[in-house]
Write a protein that binds this ligand. Structure first.
Ligand SMILES: [Zn+2]
Length: 183
């Protein structure tokens, strides 16, 4: 079998170990396949090259996401029954996650304890939401749905709905009790 010595690693290897190149000796490159792939690999690992590639990818992704085809695809994707079911499932799992619930209870207890200890009637959340509240009284189904499925913090839910922190917290407590009773 025809062999050739690689100019990089100096090893004598069969010509099949070299990439084809018409103008090279025996019609192959001067460096073996292994050396060439190693060069490419080392090149890609150089910090400035990596940084540049990442930059390019980010830019490309950004542009890609703004394309109307992509946006309409995403819209369509979100509407799919399987996607919606998966999202619902994920939200449900999140809401029922015992660790998270325990953490929330702990936070509530701590909050309550602190407020009692300090004799606070209203805290920052209550004040802020009271300032921006535009709604009170009966809750619409859409509001309840938003309250129970949103992953925002209570204060943000309150601001989003234009209700007070206290009413949002009370409503959520009420809904949870109702759900627990159903189970
Ligand atoms: Zn080589």
């Amino acid at each position: 079998m025809q062999t050739k010595t690689c100019t990089k690693c100096g090893e004598e290897k069969p010509v099949t170990e070299f990439h084809k190149q018409k103008r090279g000796k025996y019609g192959v490159t001067s460096r073996c396949k292994g050396c060439i792939s190693k060069i490419g690999w080392e090149y890609k690992r150089r910090p400035e090259v990596r940084e540049r590639n990442l930059e390019y990818q980010r830019e490309y992704q950004c542009k890609y996401r703004q394309r109307p085809e992509y946006r309409s695809y995403i819209r369509e994707y979100r509407q799919r029954p399987q996607t919606r079911e998966r999202t619902r499932e994920r939200n449900r799992a999140y809401r029922q996650d015992p660790d998270r619930l325990e953490q929330e209870r702990k936070r509530d207890r701590e909050d309550k304890r602190l407020r009692k200890e300090l004799g606070l009637v209203s805290n920052r959340h209550v004040e802020i939401t009271q300032k921006y509240a535009t709604r009170k009284g009966r809750w619409s189904d859409a509001e309840v749905k938003f309250l129970m499925s949103s992953e925002l913090s209570l204060v943000n839910i309150a601001l989003e709905l234009g209700r007070t922190y206290t009413s949002v917290r009370g409503k959520r407590y009420e809904m949870r009790k109702k759900l627990e009773a159903q189970q």
